[in-house]
Design a protein around this ligand. Structure first.
Ligand SMILES: CC(=O)N[C@H]1[C@@H](OP(=O)(O)OP(=O)(O)OC[C@H]2O[C@@H](n3ccc(=O)[nH]c3=O)[C@H](O)[C@@H]2O)O[C@H](CO)[C@@H](O)[C@@H]1O[C@H](C)C(=O)N[C@@H](C)C(=O)N[C@H](CCC(=O)O)C(=O)O
Ligand SMILES: Nc1ncnc2c1ncn2[C@@H]1O[C@H](COP(=O)(O)OP(=O)(O)OP(=O)(O)O)[C@@H](O)[C@H]1O
Length: 536
């Protein structure tokens, strides 16, 4: 998924390194990662960076040639050398591929991914410490919660960093994101850069992919937070139990000092029960006896909610978030509990909440309101649970209908498609199935799988729901608006902040927010102005 008009991976990589070049000798690096050097040459060679990807290698790097799911990085050694790699670390399979062709010192380890973070920490010096890290994991809510944590920390006067799906930032300077959680080599480089710039605290999304691929190795989170777990990414994890076990790795004592866990689903409760680190528990249910903090006195406030966060010892904080949806109450409460868990005094936090309203921020493409009549919202919901919650949080006017435009991503968890169709039917009045990122899959086939789930639900339930299959996506958005009355609510779901759609390897410019605003104007409605633009 491409979020920004791209710099090349190599240009981007420059932002993910400290500006002062630190160096380590080849001999010390091999010792740090227990690599067997294939010759005695180059012991004093100075290495200034580490890259897992030949396309991001910078001059002076050691290239880590991994055995990937599709290819072996060793096949691309010539690219790494052309970009300035001075040494390579690989495994036995890589050694065989490279043979005697290595024109640089080569080290061999059993598993390259397993040593990547250690190598990067040794080169960039992050083994000596990083800014305070707040890590958020869970199927949904990571981006929003990390934005909220950053906003709270800034309101408290801290210098902050952010790492996640929409962007990375270093004291407000934005670096485009490619992955939700970057590779470990990039993370250590970026954290070293943040340290150089006196960043004190970093809010970071920790995806299940990153836990699976060892990307957060070598980091210790001051506070790790859990939002929820619902079906997604089963293409990678195979089963929900495996998905949960992967997420749970963030909460191991080697990875975090303490945890804050929403215990409103079975996985959160299991996580809290089995944790071997101190845990703070949180629930949206004011009567939940298992939770230390609960949300109470919930009331609508603008598009969002005001509520009390109440501790079982009697402590209370008065909170407000302007973001729509009950799930954003959960995200806000989690963000506040994580900041409290880091040791911030509750009274000081209350002053800051009152003075700055830091939970009423705008998160690009997350329940982003494009117009009020009809209510037209762009959201990143791209799995069943998020669709249910996003649709549930829409408030149409009297007699108004819920209209949804969405699709499913190609080459990702295909099992969720029919269910996404079914939940759309259960929670909307007009369902328009369209394309998401088809990648290399046939878009018509993806739409049919989603629409089949929707049709089966209509057939089973006799709902009076209207179902349409419309492509391309901009036409589907316009079609939705053409059907709308001022009292209706339109949700364009799945792509959020993204500004291009990947179709058969080509990035086609498409921003749901712009498409929706244009369609609204064309059909005589008034979009809110200005629509938040993508970050440049
Ligand atoms: C599924 C997944 O995460 N795959 C990651 C994994 O790929 P892989 O092990 O299959 O590697 P591979 O493609 O076989 O390539 C092996 C090596 O050859 C190199 N190569 C490969 C092909 C080529 O043409 N040229 C080339 O140089 C690669 O750079 C790599 O060094 O290791 C690669 C190198 O680090 C990553 O780039 C790649 O992430 C891909 C780009 C990706 O799209 N990941 C997504 C799914 C992801 O991680 N998403 C999560 C969030 C998910 C969510 O919540 O929605 C994230 O944290 O971003
Ligand atoms: N706490 C939550 N529970 C359920 N759904 C949520 C929650 N927070 C946000 N959502 C929904 O999920 C979508 C994605 O939210 P967000 O980007 O904050 O989550 P994420 O975990 O970062 O997602 P991803 O990993 O896919 O980038 C939102 O657009 C919204 O529809």
């Amino acid at each position: 998924m491409v979020n920004h008009q791209p710099e090349s991976p190599r240009e981007l990589e420059r932002h993910l390194r400290p500006t002062a070049r630190t160096a380590i000798s080849w001999a010390r690096l091999c010792a740090a990662v227990q690599a067997q050097s294939t010759s005695g040459a180059g012991q004093d060679l100075e290495l200034t960076g580490v890259s897992l990807n030949p396309q991001t290698v910078q001059p002076g790097d050691v290239f880590l040639a991994i055995s990937g799911a599709k290819r072996h990085g060793a096949q691309f050694l010539p690219d790494a050398l052309a970009n300035g790699a001075l040494a390579v670390i690989t495994d036995a399979a890589g050694q065989e591929l490279i043979g005697s062709q290595a024109q640089v010192p080569m080290g061999i380890v059993p598993d390259v991914r397993a040593i990547a973070a250690t190598a990067a920490a040794a080169v960039y010096g992050t083994d000596a410490g990083t800014p305070e890290l707040f890590g958020v994991t869970g199927t949904n809510g990571k981006t929003t919660t990390t934005f909220m944590i950053r906003s709270l920390l800034e309101a408290l006067g801290r210098n902050t960093g952010l790492i996640g799906t929409i962007e990375m930032s270093v004291r407000g300077r934005i670096i485009p994101s490619v992955l939700t959680t970057p590779e470990s080599t990039q993370l250590h480089g970026l954290l070293a850069r943040m340290g150089e710039q006196d960043v004190q605290a970093v809010a970071m999304e920790v995806s299940s992919h990153s836990l699976s691929y060892n990307r957060v190795a070598g980091l210790k989170f001051a506070v790790a937070g859990y939002t929820n777990l619902t079906q997604d990414h089963l293409d990678l994890h195979g089963s929900m139990e495996e998905y949960f076990a992967t997420k749970a790795r963030l909460f191991e004592p080697e990875r975090c000092e303490q945890a804050v866990v929403l215990v409103d689903d079975q996985y959160g409760r299991k996580l809290a029960e089995n944790a071997r680190v101190p845990v703070t528990t949180l629930s949206l249910d004011a009567a939940n006896p298992a939770a230390q903090w609960v949300v109470d006195e919930l009331a609508p406030s603008g598009l969002g909610h005001a509520f009390t966060l109440r501790h079982r010892d009697g402590h209370r904080l008065a909170l407000r978030t302007g973001l729509p949806g009950l799930f954003n109450v959960a995200n806000a409460a989690l963000a506040v509990c994580m900041v409290l868990a880091s040791g911030v005094d509750p009274d000081r936090l209350q002053q800051v909440l009152d003075a700055h309203d830091p939970l009423s921020l705008s998160v690009p493409g997350r329940m982003q309101v494009i117009s009020e009549q009809p209510v037209a919202v762009v959201d990143f919901a791209h799995n069943s649970d998020a669709l249910i919650k996003a649709l549930g949080s829409l408030r149409p006017g009297d007699g108004g209908r819920r209209i949804i435009v969405f699709g499913a991503t190609g080459e990702r968890d295909t099992t969720k498609r029919p269910d996404m169709g079914a939940v759309a039917v259960r929670n909307a009045d007009i369902v328009i199935v369209t394309d998401d990122d088809p990648h290399d899959e046939d878009p018509a086939q993806i739409r049919e799988q989603v629409a089949a789930g929707a049709q089966a639900e209509i057939d089973a339930g006799g709902h009076g729901v209207k179902l349409y299959n419309v492509a391309p996506r901009d036409a589907a958005v316009e079609f939705a608006v053409s059907l709308a009355n001022p009292a209706d609510a339109i949700l364009v779901a799945g792509r959020g902040h993204e500004v291009s759609q990947e179709v058969a390897g080509i990035d086609v410019a498409l921003d749901d927010r712009q498409e929706l605003a244009q369609a609204l104007s064309k059909h005589g409605f008034t979009p809110l102005s200005p629509i938040a633009q993508t970050i440049d």
